[in-house]
Design a protein around this ligand. Structure first.
Ligand code: NI
Length: 173
């Protein structure tokens, strides 16, 4: 297993549309293992392959406190969704940025597991939010792109300030 590096917004590669996985082979199993290590190391509750610059329809979710209920969704598709709920979201591709996003309150999805077996899953609450957030990544969308233009500009300038500060610190050392 290896920890992968996570693309940071506004990296253009985050706007890539992911393709379906054709074969669940050793390469995919290794990708999932590496993504799991990366997500847990960063203390995230979800990670899309897009974020590690692999443009295939693979997402990982674990909203458990114990951090041992890994959900692997390969080629996930929404069958049904409904209701409306707002959560404050964050993303490993935008550290320290938290914004409220309105999404469906529940959804039913179909996906393949690591053995290539299809299954269906119903989710609501935080899990439903997290799955929708990761599905957005697969279609090349980052959660802040749900916000108004004005708020997106505010976030971009906050991120630019963070980067400048980090560069400044590095210069001193
Ligand atoms: Ni994200």
């Amino acid at each position: 297993m290896a920890k992968l590096s996570i693309l940071q917004y506004p990296d253009e590669r985050l706007h890539t549309v992911a393709l379906p996985v054709q074969d669940i082979d050793d390469g995919i199993r290794r990708l999932v293992a590496d993504m799991a290590q990366t997500m847990y190391a960063a203390d995230g509750i979800g990670l899309a392959a897009t974020q590690v610059d692999v443009h295939l329809r693979v997402i990982l979710v674990d909203i458990s406190e114990s951090r041992n209920e890994l959900l692997v969704l390969i080629n996930p598709e929404v069958i049904k969704m409904g209701g409306s709920e707002e959560f404050e979201e964050g993303c490993l591709s935008l550290p320290d940025i938290y914004e409220k996003v309105k999404r469906a309150a529940w959804l039913r999805i179909r996906a393949l597991d690591l053995d290539g077996k299809p299954f269906e899953l119903q989710a609501d609450g935080l899990k439903a939010m997290c799955i929708q957030h990761e599905l957005d990544h697969l279609r090349g969308m980052v959660f802040v792109e749900h916000l108004s233009q004005k708020n997106q500009l505010r976030i971009l300038s906050a991120l630019a300030r963070q980067t400048t500060q980090v560069r400044g610190r590095q210069k001193i050392r």
